[in-house]
Write a protein that binds this ligand. Sequence first.
Ligand code: NDP
Length: 290
Amino acid sequence: MSKHEVTVIGLGPMGRAMASTFLGKGYRVTVWNRTAGKADELVVAGAHRAATVRDALTASELVILSLTDHHAMYAVLESATDALSGRTLVNLGSDTPESARRAARWASEHGARYLTGGVQASPPGIGQPGFSTFYSGPQEVFDAHQEALEALTGADYRGEDPGLAALYYQVGMDLFWTTVLGWLHALALADAHGVPAEEILPSASSVLSGMPEFMAFYTQRIDAGEYPGDIDRLAMGVASVDHVLRTARDAGVDTSLPTAVREIFRRGTAAGHADDSVTSLIEVLKKPAA
Ligand code: NDP
């Protein structure tokens, strides 16, 4: 098998963008999807449609999995585990670090090599410069396929533990989803006062563009476990969060998000952090809520 052959299993928006990018870069591409019709355009563009999962696995040594999650991966591959031996599976579907470690063990038991990936691009970004994917798993497996993987996005190898790429990906998504919700809640608050999203854009962008400097200042202190209240105090934060909550309540918008935020601040105060920095809340967040 040539280095320029690849199988893509899973043809949602992401898998289709990946297969199409490989085709555009001259790879021999084999595709399989549960809903076979999603391969039609790729087949017209030159991809080979595998009739079965087994055919898809045997067509190329490098197999990209672009499925919703690991449940989908097992559902697809369980029917052809005998064809896994000697393959390299690169799982670019989202799931937890623990699940990635389990999947790597499962693949190894079937004689396959396994890399976890966490793609930091949406489908239109695949094959375009400026995007990157976290990878983890055996270094030699990554090295052997780095060139092909870089046909999709830049490759950021994080280490041997197959859970690491999933961890970096989920850390990013944790930040992304909470930020998106914070922004939407702020827009709902503005909307209740007749202020449209467009008018809020400059001030909202300004708050977020200050975050890298804020984080850079506090990162070293957080790693050192130090939260002096020399610049900000949790007690001040509690009052501020309460103002946000009351503003939301007065406006008649959903208060569940600021209520959850206030509860975390309350737990920080109860744990004795009132005179520490708001960043001391990480000590609250490191443990499950009682
Ligand atoms: P979709 O959920 O749209 O597509 C996923 C694929 O999984 C489809 O081919 C679907 O098949 C298949 N699938 C799901 N469940 C099963 C099952 N039980 N058995 C067989 N096949 C199954 O996802 P995307 O293409 O958008 O994304 C793929 C992965 O990439 C996801 O894990 C996503 O989190 C991740 N990702 C996506 C990004 C995006 O912007 N879209 C960005 C970064 C990462 P069928 O067509 O038959 O339904």
